[in-house]
Design a protein around this ligand. Structure first.
Ligand code: C2O
Ligand code: CU
Ligand code: CU
Length: 538
């Protein structure tokens, strides 16, 4: 495999990387686009008055445009330029598609359940890559296993039938050792699946995608020399790469105009590592909202909440009722303070997060300006979709544990799963097709939260045990489950000291042995080997 060339991304000075590890907040005295120097104080998401850039909404061409594939779609992974906010340009790695005379970058792919999807990945990057369709139930040749990564200039053909129920899925690179770099550079977008339950919700609430049903891809980045920088220090590999500039739909510090009606936000945490504690506020007043969906689509019913945690790679589907607001009111979607529980130093002193915006610190994400009153009389349905209970007959339990590496004494940066580190040709777990297993994920107390992701199947969360103080009060049932645990999941955050038990039904219709991945979705952890192959045998 070719070594990654840092210069490909950072630019020509090579300086950015060095400084990035030292003192990120000083780096914003750099030149964007038209030669104007922009200091960090203009980008700081803790300052509400910085939220002045119109949110990029999915349209019918350009970055994050909606694309309903009819035939084969060619997605070319390449470097492009884009505007993180109006009047500035910077580099981005994106999937580009040219369809019907329009150019799409990181298109939001929109398909129906049961539809055939064919796509060609063309690699115009200077390093290996492969696409993984996160959350989609596909055979492993379509799953973007890193052993299928293609060389620069190469291509890879995908073709499958969309088997998933409606939901907010996504796609991103999965080349081993460089996923964090490539996602951070921009390669990621949504894969929205429709079905009848989904369409009836949109009808009931008069929602339309891009106007009142808004996909939000939330990402934190570091900037230097007018580009996103990715040069994690060893401590960033252990603690996860945390940025200090917030982008939503690749817009820095965005604002969106809204009217006094119900809005839907389908939020993807597309960050490399950061967890968000999402809340909506007007001034100091907390505005309740409804959680209606998670990774694998709609829940059975809406859950009214004041906040929701969203770890890397998780999705949450929200309804926000703005009927009681008037033109002139201003609200914020924000991440409120939480204890990020970075206990991985084991009492040997902190593993530093090289950012001025530490994980768990409060900041704003999206400003909502109520600009219009409108009459809206739809009611939020009490039933959203059918969620069948997990069928546990004959299920056996498979335990996994996550223990921190000794970074301070041994300079060990590798998190492991049951002591295993990723090896392309090793299969620490094999199991028989069509069996149900309980995967019991035990996170050590001297650890940090790990959003654990299983490829190939959606699962159900059964139980959370020993959840930390900031999680336990959010539970909505006797098993300690959170609202986002009430539906289908592919990624579940396991907090320090916590045990999370999930039920996975390893039934599918693919023939022959299949190799999938189980890994932490903190991309620095996965890239360093907090990932295993698991094999489905027939
Ligand atoms: Cu979203 Cu294996 O990843
Ligand atoms: Cu995945
Ligand atoms: Cu992890």
């Amino acid at each position: 495999m070719r070594r990654l060339n840092r210069r490909d991304f950072i630019g020509t000075t090579g300086m950015g990387g060095v400084l990035a590890s030292a003192m990120p907040s000083d780096l914003f005295l750099t030149v964007f686009g038209k030669g104007r120097a922009i200091g960090y104080e203009e980008l700081d998401p803790r300052n509400a008055s910085n939220f002045i850039h119109p949110l990029r909404l999915p349209s019918d061409n350009g970055l994050l445009a909606m694309l309903r594939p009819s035939g084969n779609v060619t997605l070319t992974a390449k470097e492009v330029t884009f505007e993180p906010f109006p009047g500035t340009t910077t580099k981005l790695w994106a999937y580009e598609a040219v369809e019907g005379g329009r150019t799409y970058q990181n298109p939001i792919l929109m398909l129906n359940k049961g539809q055939r999807f064919d796509a060609t990945l063309r690699n115009e990057l200077s390093e290996m890559t492969i696409i993984h369709w996160h959350g989609l139930i596909v055979d492993w040749k379509n799953d973007g296993h890193p052993s299928y990564a293609i060389e620069p200039g190469g291509s890879y053909q995908y073709g499958y039938t969309v088997a998933n129920r409606a939901g907010t899925y996504w796609y991103h690179p999965h080349s081993h050792g460089s996923t964090g770099k490539q996602v951070n550079a921009g390669l990621a977008s949504l894969f929205l699946v429709d079905d009848e339950a989904e369409l009836s919700l949109r009808n009931a609430l008069d929602l339309s995608i891009g106007t009142t049903d808004i996909p939000l891809i939330i990402q934190d980045k570091r900037f230097s020399d007018g580009a996103f920088t990715y040069d994690p220090a060893d401590s960033d590999l252990v603690a996860g790469f945390i940025g200090d500039v917030m982008l939503t739909n690749l817009t820095v510090n965005p604002v969106m105009d809204v009217s006094s009606r119900v809005y839907r936000f389908r939020v993807l945490n597309g960050s490399n590592s950061r967890t968000y504690r999402l809340a909506v506020s007007r001034g100091s007043e907390r505005i309740p909202f409804h959680v209606i969906g998670a990774d694998g689509g709609l829940l059975d019913q809406p859950y009214q909440v004041d906040e929701v945690f969203l770890a890397a790679a998780e999705r949450v589907d929200l309804l926000l009722d703005l009927r009681r607001f008037q033109a002139g009111d201003t609200l914020f979607l924000q991440s409120i303070y939480f204890d990020a529980m970075h206990n991985e130093h084991g009492g040997h002193g902190d593993v530093p997060q090289n950012t001025s915006l530490a994980e768990g610190a409060p900041f704003y994400i999206l400003k909502l300006n109520v600009t219009r009153s409108t009459s809206y009389d739809r009611e939020i349905p009490r039933r959203l979709s059918e969620i069948s209970p997990a069928d546990m007959r004959g299920a056996s339990t498979r335990p996994f544990s996550f223990v921190a590496p000794d970074f301070i004494h041994d300079a060990d940066t590798k998190w492991r799963i049951n002591g295993w580190t990723f090896n392309m040709d090793e299969y620490p777990v094999s199991l028989k097709k069509n069996t149900v297993e309980i995967w019991e994920m035990n996170n050590d107390q001297g650890s940090m939260p790990h959003p654990m992701h299983i490829h190939g199947f959606q699962f159900r969360v059964l139980e959370r045990l020993r959840s930390p103080d900031q999680i336990r009060p959010l539970a909505v049932d006797a098993n300690g489950l959170l609202p986002t645990d009430m539906g289908w999941k592919d990624t579940v955050s396991v907090w320090p000291g916590e045990t999370v038990r999930v039920a996975v039904d390893f039934s599918h219709s693919f023939s022959g042995e299949q190799t999938y991945l189980y890994h932490c979705h903190i991309l620095e952890h996965a890239d360093l080997g907090m990932m295993i192959n698991y094999k489905i045998i027939t």
